[in-house]
Design a protein around this ligand. Sequence first.
Ligand SMILES: Nc1ncnc2c1ncn2[C@@H]1O[C@H](COP(=O)(O)OP(=O)(O)OP(=O)(O)O)[C@@H](O)[C@H]1O
Length: 310
Amino acid sequence: MIEARNLTKRYGGRTAVDGLSFTVRPGSVTGFLGPNGAGKSTTMRLALGLDTPTAGTVTVAGRRYGQLPAPLRDVGALLDARAVHGGRTVRRHLLGLARSHRIPDRRVDEVLGAAGLTAVADRRAKGLSLGMAQRLGIAAALLGDPGVLILDEPVNGLDTEGIRWIRTLLKSLAAQGRTVFLSSHLMSELELTADRIIVIGRGRLLADTDMRDFIETRSPDATLLRTPEPAPMRALLESHGAVVRPDPEGGWRVTGPTATAIGELAREHGLALHELTPCRSSLEDVYTELTGEAVEYRGTGNTDDKETQR
Ligand SMILES: Nc1ncnc2c1ncn2[C@@H]1O[C@H](COP(=O)(O)OP(=O)(O)OP(=O)(O)O)[C@@H](O)[C@H]1O
């Protein structure tokens, strides 16, 4: 469990994190989203005791990071995959970490295997590709078999196989009852991996919710429609308040009435339909809408507490 309460961090006159309160629960993968500069890395650094809050608190496994008796056993973190001692081999790097936390050497071989690094265990860390460095960072995070994982952009630099690997890994870690908290700008990937999301903008909470609810409750009703009678169909829909736009894939994308209402209207007016498909928005669609609104809203100097309470 990770708990932030009124967490605030100011750097000089700049507020990076602004009264954030949220709980990241065990048993789920929670995605952490926000535009560049929203405060995600700062929040993670505060949770990991790498910086001190200006106000408020953040605890991991019930304690502030500095109070954890064996931090690597409670929380595994990946912040900057390149922040390893380049001259050491992959295995030496992990052995050094393990020994300084009284973790048995055999655990190093386990995490090397789990991260797909056994074949490069004797290579120097500085010679690793970005994807391999990410895997090494994840291996290090897993070393203490922690109940909480905090990963900043773990998918960065991974190839298709690596992305699938990390998706499966994170889901299985959550299924074992661990708390998995990761930031990413890769929306389509996050949509597949995360069960919950926390969205921040300019240091403030915009949403903290179930992934499916987030997408479904914020998606406008949109329907893909094909008809052999386009002109009367379009006129009919527009006279009922629908917005009709050409869809890049052919046919029309209609927003406003539901697919059921469109079907009924077509029947009442004797118009033929060849396709009527309700369209689901993607995480990216809904996220873009939400954060766009937030930026616009903040431009007025106000804040939206209704949103932040979600
Ligand atoms: N050490 C620091 N000193 C001064 N300002 C900082 C420091 N660290 C972060 N900031 C500022 O705090 C704000 C939040 O930065 P942060 O890196 O946490 O955002 P982010 O959401 O992780 O962004 P990105 O998606 O680009 O990684 C930014 O305006 C950044 O410039």
